[in-house]
Design a protein. Structure first.
Length: 255
């Protein structure tokens, strides 16, 4: 089977675990050189080592997506290593179990922390990533959203739901603003996925059963299943796809 992304050069945020790790491995398997970014260097170094061991090209980067100076520097390092960038996977995010709450009970500090990473971090990733794509004259951006940004399917998770709604608004305006630069911008919206982001949720058998009862496929996604959608959206196979929300939620939002 031919590779989807031969010669592509990508940066993946939140690449140390979960969907980000799976996306980095998938893009590399499809022929891309991949800069793997996370706040935890040890985690991305392991992913980069796995890519290299399989014969791919990888760069491990430690940065906070909420810090503009760090993100600008990370994009610069990726460009220098690979000779440019043409793929941006804006995936990093947090889900603050036990702290996110209904609005009247939500501490402003928790709200701000979630917005800083999930929305401002997406903006900064896209801002500096898009500059790199413009230097190449083309490219693709894939943002990790969530069904919580379009449906009220996560009661009491106010900050997370609002931040994910913001990412979709960001995706749509970027798709319009940069279409004339030959840059496509799309979003994948994963449902419940077996990743560290939802480990606490899935460890509780009663809560796990409650959540999965709302999923027609009756199971959580494997991160690799979400990575498959990301790889498609990043590839030239999706050349007529921009400004789109791609649900990968096991049918949850179809109910």
């Amino acid at each position: 089977m031919s590779q989807r992304l031969p010669g592509k050069r990508a940066i993946v945020t939140g690449g140390g675990s979960g969907i980000g790790r799976a996306a980095a491995l998938k893009l590399a398997a499809e022929g891309a050189s991949v800069a793997v970014l996370d706040v935890r260097f040890e985690a991305v170094q392991r992913v980069a080592n796995d890519i290299s061991a399989a014969g791919g090209r990888a760069l491990a980067l430690a940065a906070s997506v909420a810090n503009e100076e760090q993100m600008a520097d990370a994009v610069r390092q990726a460009e220098e290593r690979f000779g440019g960038l043409d793929t941006v996977i804006a995936n990093a995010g947090i889900f603050l179990f036990g702290q996110d709450a209904a609005a009247t009970e939500l501490d402003l500090r928790i709200w701000q922390q979630c917005i800083d990473v999930n929305l401002t971090g997406m903006f900064l990733t896209c801002k500096h990533g898009l500059k790199a794509l413009q230097r190449q004259g083309k490219g693709s951006v894939v943002i990790t959203g969530s069904p919580t940004g379009t449906h009220g399917c996560a009661p009491t998770f106010t900050a997370y739901s609002a931040s994910k709604a913001g990412t979709l608004g960001l995706m749509r305006i970027l798709a319009i603003d940069y279409v004339t630069h030959n840059i496509r911008v799309n979003a994948v919206l994963p449902g419940t996925t077996q990743s560290p982001l939802v480990t606490t949720l899935m460890e509780d058998p009663a809560r796990r059963a409650e959540y999965l009862a709302k999923v027609p496929l009756a199971r959580a996604a494997d991160p690799g299943e979400i990575a498959n959608v990301i790889a498609f959206l990043a590839s030239d196979e999706a050349s007529y796809v921009t400004g789109a929300e791609w649900y990968a939620d096991g049918g949850q939002t179809a109910i």
